[in-house]
Design a protein around this ligand. Structure first.
Ligand SMILES: Cc1cc2nc3c(=O)[nH]c(=O)nc-3n(C[C@H](O)[C@H](O)[C@H](O)COP(=O)(O)OP(=O)(O)OC[C@H]3O[C@@H](n4cnc5c(N)ncnc54)[C@H](O)[C@@H]3O)c2cc1C
Ligand code: SF4
Length: 328
């Protein structure tokens, strides 16, 4: 047991100022962080409560997009009229996550920052986990790795990002607004989450004491043809083995633009622009969908228990594209 202090921030500037003390962690609704503190995985010296900072609003932007405050709850976002109308992909992905009770609590910022569900990371009984204890090794590489990465893994870590929301945000080209004492910066969500490399302890590009203020969705051409498919061991309340977020802009049967992101397969949502380009200017057929699926999973590498994920991902991509088109 270790002691920690608690401060409630009155606004974002106050939250950022409080978090400059080393050892501080922002806490949204705590559905991930509190579990990790109780499990002795995370040890913040001070919690900075950001739930009263007023960052929970969803507003239209001048360019026809949407700004979602970092404290917007997953249920409220999924249920928002403009999200349902313009970004059904995001609404579907959010509703595929967790349970209604959790979605009522889970914030957008917390979902972006939630940590991997690799059992060697979340259970301190295991003494090998480079993400939890840098330099200790990776228990999953030679251990139980059914739910682990097939793309972008490194010798140091083969964990996956567990979020559904992040997969849709990647396909929708969302950008994050981050705040620090030095000012604000924008980071595309596709660059925000990192591959593990030699430093798997670092999930994202967020700097210490930096606060996610909001996420911006650009105007989307995928309001009509979009689908999120989540494949998991149970029908509900389980993390994705593989998930696919696909958006298509179709004119007279021909794909003008495509965006496809894969979840459950890598340390970050997986997008390959070249795979999308194979569809653009084409009609969707089994052949074009299959070609895109192979391009999106090119270089996939399985470990002992997760070979099934490669074919599962490829089939899921084809099915999601067909569902997005409206033919499945
Ligand atoms: C049983 C269970 C099942 C779940 N199933 C799914 C699922 O199927 N799909 C899915 O996507 N998710 C799932 N989740 C995860 C859930 O969506 C996240 O726990 C939730 O989104 C986290 O939000 P929070 O506000 O509670 O974050 P917290 O727990 O408060 O914080 C999580 C992390 O984010 C950081 N943080 C929070 N807000 C900010 C901010 N604005 N700026 C910077 N850092 C911030 C915190 O410091 C902490 O490190 C599940 C969770 C549980 C407990
Ligand atoms: S996969 Fe990553 S999180 Fe899991 S044991 Fe290996 S280093 Fe830790």
């Amino acid at each position: 047991m270790h002691s920690l202090s608690y401060e409630r921030a009155r606004d974002s500037a106050h939250a950022i100022a409080l978090a400059q003390q080393p050892g501080s962690a922002f806490i949204g609704d705590g559905t991930n962080l509190l579990d990790l503190i109780k499990a002795d995985v995370e040890h913040p010296a001070r919690l900075v409560d950001i739930t009263r900072t007023g960052l929970d609003r969803i507003t239209e932007t001048a360019d026809g997009g949407l700004r979602i405050g970092a404290l917007a709850r997953n249920s409220d976002t999924a249920d928002h009229r403009l999200v349902r109308e313009r970004y059904p992909l995001l609404a579907q992905a959010l509703l595929a996550g967790a349970s209604p009770q959790l979605r009522n609590m889970a914030t957008a910022g917390g979902n972006l920052m939630q940590r991997t569900r690799c059992p060697y990371f979340t259970d301190t009984a295991f003494d090998m986990c480079n993400k939890r204890m840098p330099g200790s090794g990776c228990g999953a590489r030679e251990g139980y790795n059914r739910v682990h990465a097939i793309l972008g893994a490194s010798p140091a870590c083969i964990a996956v990002n567990p979020s559904d929301m992040n997969v849709a945000l990647a396909a929708l080209d969302a950008t994050l607004l981050l705040g620090s004492p030095g000012g604000e910066r924008m980071v595309p969500v596709t660059q925000f989450h990192r591959l593990p490399g030699d430093t798997p302890q670092q999930d994202t590009l967020l700097r210490p004491g930096e606060l996610i203020l909001a996420l911006d969705l650009p105007a989307s051409p995928f309001a009509t043809h979009a689908h999120y498919l989540k494949i998991r061991d149970r029908a509900s309340y389980a993390f994705a083995l593989v998930s696919v977020a696909a958006g298509l802009d179709i004119d007279n049967g021909v794909v003008r633009r495509a965006a496809i992101a894969l979840g459950g397969v890598a340390h970050k949502p997986w997008r390959v622009r070249a795979a999308e380009q194979l569809l653009e200017g084409q009609r969707l057929t089994d052949e074009t969908c299959r070609a895109a699926a192979l391009a999106l999973t090119a270089g996939a590498k399985a470990f002992r228990d997760n070979r099934f994920k490669i074919e599962l991902a490829q089939r899921a991509i084809v099915r999601t594209l067909r569902q997005a088109e409206g033919r499945a």
